[in-house]
Design a binder for this molecule. Structure first.
Ligand SMILES: [Zn+2]
Length: 118
């Protein structure tokens, strides 16, 4: 249970370990929670200026990169987002989408559909 005025965020252990390693290598004076809050906020604020959410069709999420004027497609796959451009599940595009309520809602719907089939 987080302290009053705070919220908890859950990461996959693998992602958490990668963030810890990046924190260790970074030259900083911040605590890990301060560093991660600052880094993620800055990262997503940059992404919001560059990326534009377009639509969701089935299990595909469409973004537009305003800088390159290209469409980026992400797949909702096994409870995760997979970026077809970066071939990763932890790129800027995925982080941008995870901050979008429509995408998260659709991911939950896809997960429910999988559970109904079991
Ligand atoms: Zn990507």
């Amino acid at each position: 249970m987080p302290r009053y005025g705070y919220v908890s965020v859950t990461f996959k252990e693998e992602s958490y370990n990668r963030l810890r390693e990046l924190y260790r290598r970074d030259d900083h004076r911040l605590s890990f929670p301060e560093w991660i809050t600052h880094t993620i906020t800055e990262y997503l604020e940059q992404a919001v200026g560059i990326l534009q959410f377009l639509t969701i069709v089935g299990d595909e999420v469409y973004l537009k990169n305003r800088t390159t004027d290209r469409i980026v497609v992400l797949l909702i796959k096994d409870k995760e987002l997979w970026c077809t451009e970066c071939k990763r599940n932890d790129c800027l595009h995925v982080g941008f989408c995870l901050a979008n309520k429509q995408v998260v809602r659709r991911m939950l719907e896809c997960q429910e559909q999988i559970l109904e089939k079991v």
